[in-house]
Design a protein around this ligand. Structure first.
Ligand SMILES: Cc1cc2nc3c(=O)[nH]c(=O)nc-3n(C[C@H](O)[C@H](O)[C@H](O)COP(=O)(O)OP(=O)(O)OC[C@H]3O[C@@H](n4cnc5c(N)ncnc54)[C@H](O)[C@@H]3O)c2cc1C
Length: 400
């Protein structure tokens, strides 16, 4: 038997100003934002470039807010996402059980032509990588699993599983919501396992969606539909581990019927296009976003519940804040690993993240509970959220 030799990781330079761990969408977006600065940046991932450059479809359709689109435009990434892959969301409606009353978010409320855009995750990642490759100040270190971090007053270093090492003034971890680097730096996180899975897939349906996103909270299952082109939607089902395993296993014909029924025939006949993908429902919120010469970004900082479709939107907001702080440090010729700069990043991100995280989690609690008081409260909350400004404003603010 011929054994394929493991691809080797190449490191020409070992000293950087900023080293980013994780070339997921957050890590790459952050790196792209540093692309025009006069600093040396490394972005590291355990996967080979071939995989990072050509991400496969993962079923996630990312609902992007106007602010996220603005950031992606600033990074020169938005226009390289094919036009035909960006669909428009005009309105979002949240419904409880069989009730016809809904919590409504409308594009007119934010004085825009639409609430946001829906873009497949793999295309966002592909476009980000295409941009990343163009920067001469950024080294992409692939096939490199980070195993430890060391930071002190003067500098920081990262060690890889093959024993190699790089040095940097600042280390930024974007290594997912299950961030090992967060733990290595002694930062704990509020972790909540909902003991549910989220199944995502694309489906064709008989009735038009009119560019409206729907979220139906049923008592054991949550159904959402996000409008794609023509009569297609991204269908998101949140269910218990057992039910979701069944939904993943059943044949296409049975799955189509199951979805038609779960939507109460709201979208008419439905037909699966492509595969189904399952994700565990775990949310995380790091107790600190920084440490000495160290910062967390992306899901490693805050891993939101996807129910309000805000994870990557919040990631981008955090990235924007940290880039501004770094630019400010460079302009003032101060050390980019300084704790003052990092503290400013931390407090601004907390201010943006806490209201959204808490509101999202309380919505999830309320809508996934089957006890009678919760069912009654749900109806009350829908009406309250529609009429009481601060509740609705938390979401409208991030949509702008
Ligand atoms: C079903 C679903 C639907 C969603 N829908 C939306 C939506 O509509 N809107 C929205 O805004 N957000 C949405 N999100 C959230 C969004 O997808 C995430 O916030 C985003 O993908 C997180 O990106 P990230 O780069 O932080 O992490 P990841 O994508 O997890 O990337 C982490 C990277 O770090 C690398 N890595 C990890 N450990 C190491 C190590 N030790 N050494 C080297 N490399 C390492 C990994 O290989 C990986 O490339 C959704 C999420 C899900 C699950």
């Amino acid at each position: 038997m011929i054994r394929k030799s493991k691809p080797k990781m190449k490191i020409n330079n070992t000293k950087f100003d900023i080293a980013i761990i994780g070339a997921g969408p957050a890590g790459i977006a952050f790196a792209c934002g540093l692309g025009n600065l006069k600093i040396k940046v490394a972005i590291i991932d355990k996967f080979p470039k071939k995989i990072i450059a050509n991400p496969k479809r993962d079923g996630r359709e990312i609902a992007l807010t106007h602010n996220s689109v603005k950031i992606l435009k600033k990074l020169n990434v938005w226009n390289s996402i094919p036009k035909q892959s960006k669909s428009v969301i005009k309105e979002a409606r949240v419904l409880d059980g069989e009730s016809k009353y809904f919590l409504n978010f409308n594009h007119q409320e934010i004085q825009k032509e639409n609430l946001g855009y829906l873009v497949p995750n793999y295309l966002i990642r592909k476009s980000l990588y295409k941009k990343l490759k163009k920067f001469s100040n950024i080294a992409i270190i692939d096939n490199a699993k980070c195993v430890s971090i060391n930071t002190n007053k003067d500098d920081a270093s990262i060690k890889f599983s093959n024993g190699k090492k790089i040095e940097s003034s600042l280390i930024v971890a974007a290594d997912s919501r299950f961030s090992k680097m967060r733990s290595k730096m002694g930062i704990s996180a509020f972790v909540r396992d909902f003991d549910k899975n989220m199944i995502v897939c694309r489906m064709k349906h008989e009735k038009p969606h009119k560019n409206i996103a729907y979220e139906f909270f049923r008592y054991n299952q949550t159904q959402a539909s996000l409008p794609c082109f023509k009569n297609q939607s991204s269908i998101v089902t949140t269910a218990s581990k057992n039910s979701s395993e069944n939904l993943m296993k059943m044949n296409d014909k049975k799955f189509n019927k199951e979805m038609e029924n779960s939507f109460n025939k709201f979208l008419g006949k439905m037909k699966l296009i492509g595969k189904r993908y399952s994700y565990p429902m775990v949310t995380t919120y790091a107790k600190k976003f920084i440490s000495q010469r160290f910062a967390l970004i992306g899901d490693a900082a805050v891993g939101m519940h996807p129910v309000t479709a805000n994870g990557f939107n919040l990631n981008l907001k955090g990235i924007e804040i940290l880039i501004e702080e770094i630019e400010f440090s460079i302009k003032n010729k101060t050390d980019i690993g300084l704790s003052k700069m990092l503290e400013s990043y931390q407090s601004k991100l907390h201010r943006a993240a806490i209201p959204l995280y808490l509101t999202t989690n309380s919505i999830v609690n309320l809508y996934t509970s089957n006890i009678l008081p919760a069912k009654i409260t749900r109806q009350f909350m829908l009406r309250l959220a529609n009429t009481v400004k601060p509740i609705k404003q938390t979401f409208l603010n991030i949509l702008r």
